[in-house]
Write a protein that binds this ligand. Structure first.
Ligand SMILES: NC(=O)c1ccc[n+]([C@@H]2O[C@H](COP(=O)([O-])OP(=O)(O)OC[C@H]3O[C@@H](n4cnc5c(N)ncnc54)[C@H](O)[C@@H]3O)[C@@H](O)[C@H]2O)c1
Length: 275
């Protein structure tokens, strides 16, 4: 076995479609992949978002191999057209990162079914549509990697997150079923579950509730919120050749939150050790 970094983790010249690559986490994942020599095809909700994301990447990585195409992930025809454009541009597709997502935080008593369905449609059905669309190319190549960006909310729920938590749990279950369906077709499918990261999806709410934000951070074993950069290593690892036998999993990148709570019964006794 030739244990070089390139053999284990190399993604140079590979082409990855990133839905929601226009967003905070998606764009950072694009940066990481481009820095490692990969090419990216972004699916964004509007031309303006696509232009902004492509311009940022071009400014940071002049001449970067990027195509940002407009596609609402809930619209199968639009997604197919955008994915076909990405394939036509780069001549191959090696994987998909599903990163488009929204949240509507509301009580079940108050949320409209339209809003509930919108969250399910973007987060869950959007993931399904993108897998189906990019899958046309991965199945033909009998090789590919899919990473579905899920959430700690898939398994650790919060009040007023019924729509979001349901959509992310559905992603994890879909990930397992699809991983098995595609296991002998050379395609690995995994979910990555981050916890709190300050991004466009939650910035306004966090800024408006600083004390509760601080309490939430204190509940994270590592004691800090996540950072978009800290998702790049785990995602690249899932995309890379060394992870050939790793499929159907949900990987939690959450500072230890899913492992347990920060509660200590005998706080006084251990205070000096924890200082
Ligand atoms: N920020 C967090 O704390 C956190 C934690 C766990 C999981 N996540 C997940 O990470 C992913 C990225 O979120 P983010 O935090 O970067 O938020 P973000 O709002 O910055 O990015 C989300 C992106 O998805 C795009 N999008 C929304 N609806 C779309 C649609 N119908 N079609 C195409 N694109 C669409 C948005 O335009 C945006 O660019 C989401 O799936 C989110 O649920 C975020």
């Amino acid at each position: 076995m030739d244990y070089t970094l390139e053999h284990l983790f190399g993604i140079r010249d590979e082409v990855f479609v990133v839905s929601g690559g226009t967003g905070t986490i998606g764009l950072e994942l694009c940066r990481g992949m481009i820095a490692l020599g990969a090419k990216v095809g972004i699916l964004g909700i509007s031309q303006e978002d696509c232009d902004r994301a492509a311009a940022k990447l071009q400014a940071e990585f002049p001449g970067a191999p990027v195509l940002a195409a407009v596609a609402d992930v809930t619209d199968e025809a639009m997604v197919n057209e955008a994915v076909d454009r990405i394939y036509a541009r780069f001549g191959r597709i090696d994987g998909l990162i599903n990163c488009a997502g929204i949240n509507v935080i509301d009580s079940l008593a108050h949320i409209t079914i339209e809003d509930f369905n919108r969250v399910m449609n973007v987060n869950f059905t959007g993931t399904v549509i993108c897998c189906k669309s990019v899958g046309r190319y991965l199945l033909r190549a009998r090789k590919g990697r899919v990473v579905n960006i899920s959430s700690l909310s898939a398994t650790q729920a919060k009040a007023y997150y019924t729509a979001y938590a349901s959509s992310k749990a559905a992603i994890n279950s879909f990930t397992r079923a699809l991983a098995i369906e595609w296991a002998q077709k050379g395609i690995n499918v995994n979910a990555l579950c981050p916890s709190l990261i300050v991004t466009d999806i939650n910035r306004a709410q966090l800024e408006q509730n600083p004390e509760n934000f601080a309490r939430r951070v204190a509940s994270i074993p590592r004691g800090v919120p996540g950072r978009t950069e800290w998702l790049v290593g785990p995602v690249v690892s899932l995309l890379s050749p060394g992870s050939v036998h790793l499929t159907g999993q949900a990987i939690y990148v959450d500072g230890g939150s899913s492992a347990g709570s920060t509660f200590v019964l005998e706080e006084e006794r251990f205070r000096h050790e924890d200082a």
